[in-house]
Design a protein around this ligand. Sequence first.
Ligand code: ARG
Length: 462
Amino acid sequence: MAKNKNNQAIWNTRIKKQSSLFQKIGNSIDIDKRLYKEDIAGSIAHVEMLFKQKIISFKIKNKIIYGLNKIEKEILKNKFEFNKKYEDIHMNIEKRLFQIIGDEAGYVHTARSRNDQVITDLKMWMKSATKEINKQIDKILKSTLKVAEKNIETIMPGFTHLKNAQPISFAHYLMAYVEMFSRDKKRFFNNLESLNENPLGVAALTGTSFNIDRYYTTKKLGFKTPTNNSVDTVSDRDFVVDFLYSVSVCSMHISRVAEELIIWNSDGFNIIKLSDKVVTGSSIMPQKKNPDLLEYLRGKSGITYGNLFSMLTILKGLPLSYFKDLQDDKEIIFKSYDTIINCLKIFDEILKNFSPNKNKMLELANNGYITATDLADYLVKNHTMSFREAYQKTAAIVNLAEKRNKKLEELDINELKKIEPKLTNEVLKIFDLKNSINSKKSYGGTAFDNIKKMILKYKKQL
Ligand code: ARG
């Protein structure tokens, strides 16, 4: 067995004079020390399997596990010295294992390589990270549902092109966010399928001649099945891309909602109010209350997309199997994870600290001939004409209202009759905003009853 002199990297038996510059920058310990728990759990499962398969003795297995547990405690108590010289978390731990239990530590790396070790650690870490993200998304969903529940009958203009389109319930808008974040949750959840494939045991790239039991470590480490092909396993980072993509989509959703709330909070719109908890002041303009946190959220998608593209670019054209290029995956993942967790937490804070400006919403909803489509629909239903004909008649009515500088409901019935003689006073009820909203009873539409049912459905799920 190679002697392990304290001052050397473990693989330093043949490489004597590595450039000090590379030693300084080629290590990843500052990043991948975050995987220590998974690395230790992976090693413990590995040696238990080696013992079960009669590859190592009972005594050695126990010694190694004793050492690994001790190392974990040292790390937890901040008593472990992470050393850049030993490159990464795997080597730092193995090195310390030698110091604690002596040369028998040399058995821990039987039938494995850092190539399978690192992705085993990473996949385990990402499984927990995925669950944590989904927990945070659940909080967002709950907070959104709470605001929605209180605002079923809050009327606002629904927008297309940021122009008033049709009256809508504010809760219906909020329930759109519930859909978006539920899809995010599903996307993260679906990633668990590939994260549940255990890489441990494929060794450097070919598998191993030792009689290992990959199903045993799979079960021990909470995976579902071992990966199928050793070359693919050490080369594959699709699961990283999937994760980064899911983070990107989630942060894109947050960014869109943030932008929407920034617009609604602007002095021009003024249809929502942010509490002091989530605004900042200006260093020069004393009157200002700025939606800085929302802007933070809007901007962060730039970071998460960048991370996704970094990883895709690293992988582009990279032949099989393992290359050092892949080492950067972890830094990228950790950054994206930290970013999305922060964003989700801040977004939850926003959801708990904003309220609709109901009067202003209603006032805005009364502008822009917002019930024109309702009128066209009414003409189709009651006057047996095609939708296109009704559309044209309604456009003429809107033109008239615009010319007279009146709202639709303020037009004189005799004037309306000039455009469509069959119209009676009854048409005026069509211009009622609440009526309009409640007429949208089609599945997924904004009628109050629909929203109530949808809120209930999601509340039951959570
Ligand atoms: N720190 C390395 C990484 O993150 C571990 C794998 C090293 N393997 C190797 N053959 N150099 O990718």
